[in-house]
Design a binder for this molecule. Sequence first.
Ligand code: BDR
Ligand code: CA
Length: 313
Amino acid sequence: MTARKIIIDTDPGQDDAVAILLALASPEEVEVLGITAVAGNVPLPLTAKNARIVCELAGKPDTKVFAGCDAPLSRKLVTAEHVHGKTGLDGPVLPDPTMPLQDAHAVDFIIDTLRSEAPGTVTLCPLGPLTNIATAIRKAPDIVARIQEIVLMGGAYFEVGNITPAAEFNIYVDPEAADIVFKSGAPLTVMPLDVTHKALTTRPRIEAFRALGTEPGRMVAEWTDFFERFDMEKYGSQGAPLHDPCVIAYLIRPDLFSGRHINVMIETAGDFTLGMTVADWWRVTGRAPNAMFMGDVDADGFFALLTDRIGRL
Ligand code: BDR
Ligand code: CA
């Protein structure tokens, strides 16, 4: 099996960080061509810095990291320090990165990569608001036909919302960008809250990371310890959802996930429902399917994979 070429578009965030570690620990399945940072959980300077901190933690300082858009297409940035802390990676103290940011803009890197690699061989993995991806599509519509697949974390149907009663954070922050991506015609696979709220960090799962006895294992345990307190208070659940690693896990073990190929539209105008992913799960509209919308995950299999791979770093 040849490794699948991917670009991770991200706003780290502790769960983004775990997703990046999972990808960098899995070179047999995924080749990370670059990491593109976007404003989201925290402002762009911090997400661009955090992405590099994580690459260094993984022992992969040669990974190319690019800074992208610092604000949504047409709205003020909404951030999530209440979940991720002031730095976006609150929890353990980590050294500032020494590896450089690349000079090119993230959007140009996405466009240039899709144009220079063979058509249908590059997968985009957005883990934050879709601003960079939508900007690339708007600037260079020819890239859409060259995308192998977009596998993203965002949206919800049964779980409805986490940042508003109707919307999930990544889609809510830049609904116009999400609208462009969902209407683009590119093959789309979506990991919504319906999946990620089943991928919960329990005490034994966190302790399994710590028991690896490695620096990445300890960091993952400390990050999850940090953001768990917020989710446990909010949902009354036994742990916190590990959202973004679901995207990378899907590339490695698609059999862990199941869903439906359905139509998904983005609400860009609702007074109370801005950013909602209107998913035609029950196929009642007759609108053409545009996304593989996941609904379930084998959570034990997911955490076993994650622990095994983090242990390889
Ligand atoms: C998403 O929002 C962010 O806070 C997380 O990193 C994840 O990408 C979950 O709604
Ligand atoms: Ca994220």
